[in-house]
Design a binder for this molecule. Sequence first.
Ligand code: NDP
Length: 305
Amino acid sequence: MRDVIIIGSGPAGWTAAIYAARANLKPLVFEGAEPGGQLMTTTDVENFPGFPQGILGPDLMKLFRDQALRFGTEVVGYPVESLRQIDGGFELLSQEQTYQATSVILATGASARRLGLESEKALYGHGVSACATCDGFFFRGKKVIVVGGGDSAMEEANFLTRFADEVTIVHRRHEFKASQIMRERALKNPKIKVIWNSEVTEILGVDAGHVTGVKLHDVETDQTTELPIDGVFAAIGHSPNTNLVEGLVTLDEKKYVTIKPGTTLTNVEGLFACGDVQDARYRQAITAAGSGCMAALDAERYLEK
Ligand code: NDP
């Protein structure tokens, strides 16, 4: 029976590990299916304090990880398949092995949302992507669209102009949700165009085996048009990764873990939640890291008791 197991390896998970390891709790971190979390698919992180010149997302996550390992954090490179309460703690199953701990810190983050179209599923990886950093390279000299109106959409669109000849942002409303600085950066970029008030209703090219275009529905005029393009990047927000704890802890209507305000306490004693899995509001690396620290301190206090 370990003191603490941390599930997730984004800024929240590693920060919890750094604090727990320095408190001599010998944490075990499950890195999960996407080690490093969402920052692994980001380019420049310009708003993480301490890096005045900015830093690449994967480089930042390597620093987090190195710091946690320096203090003796153990790591398992697999996802957790199940988590249940047992007498005096929790039992986790991963790769046919069981692990037990008195406390668990849930830092499973959130994942990119999909448009939910059949054609999106069929063409995923064949011109449809949710990660410009991962796949932008394949669209050198091509025409692509980015769906969404938030900071992610602006960032993805800007990044894609390094490769694509033409990037069109398709947004369902007439104004962006993105912050002013990100919005202006995108709108000033001569390679970026915007199609307002429009939804993607179908991605074309299923028979060809690669994206050839999209059907766009103008929500104001109710007209549907076809736009020939080579790639579709969805940047429409994220959903929390709470499948593992569904039925175990209280979730809100958007399926984020409900925590006692100002803490990382869930409704289950000994189970703490930090980072994007419990934060639908801020969703920043720095707030995730801050709440990871809180979770480790909350777990430490719980274990002392
Ligand atoms: P957001 O939730 O902020 O934005 C999602 C966007 O996608 C909205 O414009 C929304 O439309 C649109 N959308 C949602 N669902 C659909 C759908 N089914 N079809 C079409 N459009 C849809 O998510 P982001 O990922 O952009 O940002 C998340 C957080 O991360 C934010 O806090 C953001 O500030 C931060 N971030 C910061 C960055 C930075 O500072 N460098 C970079 C990237 C993200 P509508 O506007 O109509 O709701």
